[in-house]
Design a protein around this ligand. Structure first.
Ligand code: FES
Ligand code: FES
Length: 168
């Protein structure tokens, strides 16, 4: 067992737990923060994405000993921040949501990129978000959301957003 202290969504928290307990389990089981989802458990799907010290990280790969002294933000806090509203709107209006299992992780990645002092252009954002897998909606809506949120590459035209349900 180890004692750890860290900031969780802005609040200081203390915890005694096994050093190898996953942050994903700590969030879901100890704090009831269930937006970060268990998916692949090997850092390949992005369903468990949180921000660690304001950078996206996979909670399934983070062990308790690595979060001592760090700052963790989860979707529950980020989605209440008006700064993430454009991302949530773009996904909803672009038809990038279906079951929602991947959505918190997708929002965490896109909101981070969108809030960078120098956000990437749309192709780069697409590449950077490619570690977030969606299992059900298809990527057309997610791509449209990204094109709406980020500048198109020079010389290329952004695809217009279609209402949810319209064929791409
Ligand atoms: S569950 Fe963490 S990356 Fe898939
Ligand atoms: S909306 Fe269902 S997995 Fe992405």
């Amino acid at each position: 067992m180890i004692d750890i202290e860290f900031h969780l969504n802005g609040e200081p928290v203390r915890l005694r737990c096994p050093a190898d307990r996953r942050l994903l389990d700590i969030l879901r089981e100890d704090f009831g923060l269930t937006a970060a989802k268990p998916g692949c458990a090997i850092g390949r799907c992005g369903a468990c994405m949180i921000w660690l010290d304001d950078a996206p990280a996979n909670a399934c790969l983070l062990l308790a000993l690595r979060i001592h002294g760090r700052s963790v933000r989860t979707y529950e806090a980020v989605c209440r921040d008006p700064a993430s509203q454009p991302v949530r709107d773009a996904l909803a209006e672009g038809g990038g949501l279906q079951c929602g299992y991947c959505t918190p992780g997708m929002v965490m990645t896109l909101a981070h990129l969108h809030q960078l002092p120098e956000p990437p252009d749309a192709p780069a954002a697409r590449e950077l978000a490619s570690a977030n897998l969606c299992r059900c909606t298809g990527y057309g809506g997610i791509r449209r959301a990204i094109e709406r949120l980020f500048e198109p590459a020079e010389g290329s035209a952004a695809t217009p957003i279609r209402p949810c349900g319209d064929p791409a």
